[in-house]
Every structure is written in C-alpha cells, then in structure tokens.
Design a protein around this ligand. Sequence first.
Ligand code: ATP
Ligand code: MG
Length: 253
Amino acid sequence: MRPSIILCINQKGGIGKTTTERETGFYLASKGKNVLLVDSDPQGNLTKSLIENVGCGLYDALEDDILHITKVRDNLSLLSADKRLSAFADRLTSEYDAYTRFKSFFRKEGFNQFDYIFIDIPPGFGVLTINALSIADYIMIPLTPSIYGMHGSNDIMATIDKARKQLNPDLKILGVVLICVDERPTIIKEIIEEIIKSFGKRVFNAYLSRSIKIEEVIASRIGLIELDEDHKLKEEAIKIGEELLKRLEAHND
Ligand SMILES: Nc1ncnc2c1ncn2[C@@H]1O[C@H](COP(=O)(O)OP(=O)(O)OP(=O)(O)O)[C@@H](O)[C@H]1O
Ligand SMILES: [Mg+2]
C-alpha cells in the first residue's frame, strides 16, 4: 500500500514544525508503524537532530537519483537534508516540472515499505513546500501560543483552502498542535482561548509544554518518548502521538 504523507504547515518559522514531526515520528515508530522522516529544509535541523554525520540525502535523491535512506531506529528512517537543497530549490523554479517533482519522486518503489512519511518543510512558501503540499495526504498545524507565534495564524486556513483548490483537493487536516506552551502567564492563557475560538475541535487536547529539556533531547539525538526518566514532556509527547493516531484512524473510518 502507498504510504500516507504527513506535513506540518505554518508559514511562520520557528513555530514547532520540526519538533512536531520529529516527536510524532518517534511515537508512531514505537507503535510499530514504519516511519520515514524526510527533511526538505536546507537548514537540516531535523537531520542534525537525528544523525551526526550527514551524507547522501534528499538532494542526491532528487538531483542524481541516489536514494540513500538512513535507519535511525527500528521503524524510523531518515532522508536527510543539507544546504545544497537551497541552490537546488532555486534551480528547480525554472524547470518545467518545478511543482510536480515530488509527485513523481515519491512514487518510487523504495518508499512503499513505509506506513507514514513525514516531510519537514522549510519556513515560508517556496518551491519545495509547494511540492510537498501537492502530495500530502494529511497536514498538522503546529502553533506556539505567543504574540509572535500568532502572527499570520489567521491566514493558515485560507492558505490550506487555496492549496486544496489549486494543488491537492484530497488534503486532510489532522489538527492544530500547540507546541512550546507556557500556561502560567495570563496573556498566554488568553492566546490559547483565541486559538480554540478560531480552530475549535481542530485543536489537539494534547500539547507540549515549554521546557529546556527539549534542547537536551535534540542534543542527545533521541526522542522525548525515549527519555529514561519520568518527565512531563515525555508524557505529553506520548499523548500527542496517541491523539494523532486516533485522528488518523478517524479519517480512515
Ligand atoms: N516545548 C518546547 N520547549 C522549549 N523549546 C521548544 C519546544 N518546542 C520547540 N522548541 C524549540 O523551538 C525552536 C523552534 O522549533 P522548531 O525547530 O520545531 O520550529 P520550526 O517551525 O521547525 O522552525 P523552522 O521554521 O526554522 O524550520 C527550536 O529551537 C525548538 O527546540
Ligand atoms: Mg523546522
């Protein structure tokens, strides 16, 4: 069967896209789903958070047809990114298949072993993001509840509607995931209420609290769910994963 492709989208940068895909990827893999994380961001944040030595990756696959998938854990693999993807994206814009390159690429036999493919996109709306949107089955919207984090959040649904009309009518929304939540300040509580007012049931009940622990986890190249000790973030990452699975199942009923 063809894998389901999941994308985190929010035109704003630094809002939790990579964190959401990384942690839900670890969770689904721990539940026996075969997961591929594809890093399409030239920054390579997802890649560097998982492997030390970056070799062949998405660039080599797209440019030279060398598909080198790195196994990170049982059931968890990575197609890595590096800064060469930036020049690649610039070149791609002037090619006739600029916006359909991913469509043909992800049909390759090598991807059929996976249940889920997460594509981590760069900030903004460049050619790689449009490619990913055109092949995605599901999207998640990560949001950091903060004043800056909310800038542009009203445009997200409009962007998704446009993508459905013009690119991919089958795009399904799994929901809004709150990442990096500090519930103490009143202003943040108010922002969360606003988010719930705007997005309603689309907002996941589960969320991730703000904690420096995430930096330790990234530095150690492990998932939150792999933490040995009991930690609030570990429990929260599990809850987000459980809710994601439920939402995926609900779409398939
Ligand atoms: N719960 C959290 N607590 C503290 N810091 C967090 C939390 N979640 C994410 N961060 C940090 O916030 C920063 C941005 O997160 P992330 O990289 O997931 O965003 P992004 O949307 O992928 O960014 P970009 O647009 O640059 O790709 C990262 O440094 C990440 O470690
Ligand atoms: Mg990112």
